[in-house]
Write a protein of this length. Sequence first.
Length: 252
Amino acid sequence: MLELLGPVCVLGFFVLVSAVKIVPEYERGVVFRLGRYTGVRGPGLILLIPGIERMLRLSTQVITLDVPSQDVITRDNVSVKINAVVYFRVMHPERAIIEVQDYMFATSQLAQTTLRSVAGTAELDELLSDREAINARLQSLLDEATDPWGIKVAQVELKHIDLPHEMQRAMAKQAEAERERRAKVIAAEGELQASVKLTEAAKMMATEPITIQLRFLQTLTEVATEKNSTVVLPIPIELLRAFDRLGSGGGD
């Protein structure tokens, strides 16, 4: 009898170890009894019936899924490569085990096909300038498709959009032409404003002739200040006639 006590104690110890499970806070255990689903347990200490009950662990943390680069032809017939990242978590562990064989692989494949589908219905300008709308549409479609699996897609973000070299050069030329157009428009607007001001100044000078002489003297001052040069001013004919009249009067 004593000879059997040792093996029995060892067997009981292993049975107890296999029956006691500890599930962390960030995991849940889906328990099956003789192949039939019985419930979700955890977190904490869990007791299982050895040989009868089996538990599968699932993480309830947010999972980051990297979607590989996909070759996509946009609606305006531009070939691009797009990759994205998906953030999701398991909300109902029993669905993720029972409804789908491998929820990680299934979500990854669904994300790839959805990315190609959404990007293929959008134009290149939309992909480059309206990423928020594309991200929101991807998130909505993925969340709706994975809901039967007990998965909640929280966010989808486009990471990189790789364009062909020919398209990159064409876009660079387009951007350069746009900058030149804006520069010409700004220069034309400046000339228009300057012409309006000159017209107003000309009208004011026409009503006040003295302003023309003041402007002439100001210009002479600027020339003399900037350049060391000699300025020859013509003597008004009226001044010469005044001297002539004085000379004639003295002769009398």
